[in-house]
Design a protein around this ligand. Structure first.
Ligand code: NAG
Ligand code: NAG
Ligand code: NAG
Length: 256
């Protein structure tokens, strides 16, 4: 009888120990900032403005940078603060190619601060991206090399009131770049509407080579980056485009 009770106790402790180990592992992983690829994200300003109820003034009529995001990691170093001085040399390019579409003041750097703190501090694990100058500089370099604006024009994919098929856009881009991009849309607000093209993302390996974005079954909350750094604004949110028709909206002169 005595023996049996002891056994039960030992078994109980073993279970408890095992449970703790598993929980600890989960806990540890939450703080683990391992990532495997980078998303170089560009967005279509007209759609960005539509996403926030058209509350923009004269958005750029070309694709601009949203960010450079490691998958599976965010806010890796909260004590590494954004410092505009470090990217002084890049500012002319930053303002043109990486503008804050929603708050377009030339001196406002909140958007870059957000991108650095959320994504840059994780990307900085790579030597090639381990400073703010390198991180923003490399992303500008990717942007220029990808040259998405010219490429879309060459492919005959222009903003239009006629709809495109997602598969056509995807195949065209894949044929040019040799890798499968990720394409994000603003879902239709009403049933009779179609989705709106919002964001095109190219993936890079940790060696900074282009790679396919496709990788089934991987979901990361860090890739649902809120465009809006202030929570007060409305956002319907982008998601991966559905197969079928898509609206690539022509820029409008003025919103408001
Ligand atoms: C976080 O960033 C600060 C400032 O650059 C640096 O001194 C520190 O070593 C970093 N911490 C880690 C864990 O990388
Ligand atoms: C932006 O900052 C520069 C330098 O600090 C200043 O000279 C300029 O007036 C500012 N522009 C605006 C629109 O606030
Ligand atoms: C990338 O995707 C394309 C199209 O699905 C495929 O043909 C190619 O083999 C993929 N490349 C790699 C490296 O997985």
């Amino acid at each position: 009888m005595q023996l049996k009770t002891t056994h039960v106790f030992i078994l109980g402790y073993l279970c408890l120990a095992f449970y703790c180990l598993c929980t600890a592992d989960k806990f540890y992983n939450r703080g683990n900032h391992e990532w495997t690829k980078l998303f170089m994200v560009q967005h279509w300003p007209t759609t960005v403005c539509k996403e926030i109820e058209n509350d923009c003034r004269d958005p750029p009529n070309y694709w601009t940078i949203h960010g450079l995001w490691p998958d599976k990691a965010g806010e890796c170093n909260r004590s590494w603060h954004f410092n505009l001085d470090e990217i002084k040399d890049l500012l002319p390019d930053m303002r043109h190619f990486w503008p804050d579409v929603i708050h377009p003041s030339p001196n406002r750097s909140q958007f870059w601060k957000h991108e650095w703190e959320k994504h840059g501090t994780c990307a900085a694990q790579l030597d090639a991206l381990n400073s703010q100058k390198k991180y923003f500089g490399k992303c500008l370099e990717f942007y220029k090399n990808l040259d998405l604006n010219s490429m879309l024009l060459k492919l005959g994919i222009e903003p239009s009131v006629q709809y495109y098929q997602i598969v056509d856009i995807k195949n065209a881009l894949t044929s040019v770049y040799g890798v499968v991009p990720k394409i994000q849309c603003l879902p239709p607000e009403q049933e009779e509407e179609v989705q709106t093209l919002g964001q095109i993302e190219f993936c890079f390996t940790k060696d900074l080579h282009l790679r396919n974005c496709t990788e089934p079954g991987v979901y990361s909350p860090f890739l649902q980056d809120a465009l809006l750094t202030d929570e007060t604004s409305m956002s319907h949110g982008l998601s991966v485009c559905e197969d079928g028709p898509v609206f690539y909206p022509p820029p409008e002169k003025t919103y408001h």
